[in-house]
Write a protein that binds this ligand. Sequence first.
Ligand code: SF4
Length: 216
Amino acid sequence: MDQLKKHIKILMELGFENIFTEEGSAGMDIKEKEKLMSQINEQIQNCTNCDLYKSRTQAVLGEGNLNAKLMFIGEAPGGEEDKQGRPFVGRAGKLLTKLIEAAGYRREDFYIANICKCRPPGNRTPTPWEMERCFPYLKKQIEIIDPKVLCLLGATAGRAFLNRNVAITKERGSIINWEGRILYLTFHPAYVLRNPDAEITLFEDIKKAIQIAYQE
Ligand code: SF4
């Protein structure tokens, strides 16, 4: 509850109004969703709420289907993402796209985003404080898209949601209830690039997340 209060406070500081309105969910039409996402994009491009703004080329909002039932969420943009302004377009992103396609879908069927919207210098892991400062933007995106499942890619994304350390090799495949939605934990594709044996597990997890999201 304390964490929730903290996020509400930060959202208010960022200028968000009507944080919990129902219009911010499934009932909203696509034009309204696009408008709200573009407002968030404007805010993050000008955001100085943590020091990551100092080294970014541009902030990376996220992209994909605004009506998706499944969001893939990583920790932060890397070099290629920082350059292109798009999430998961570097080597790890290409692997994620490949596995989504192997499962019979397109990446644009889902929404893909990160906890932190700006690239940490040298691609280091974002700090808990940086993630806390940025989390309200993601929270707002989730409210707008209104997905059933949030597939968290890697321990750092898991930590941002659960406020504790996550042992991803032990906890991947876990299904956790979070504010009325389902968190599904799996590996970050960058981990799989370093540990190719884990690719099949990530693939199975992606299929499982899709199945949970779209089953009635
Ligand atoms: S990482 Fe998030 S909180 Fe930090 S400056 Fe970028 S948009 Fe703002």
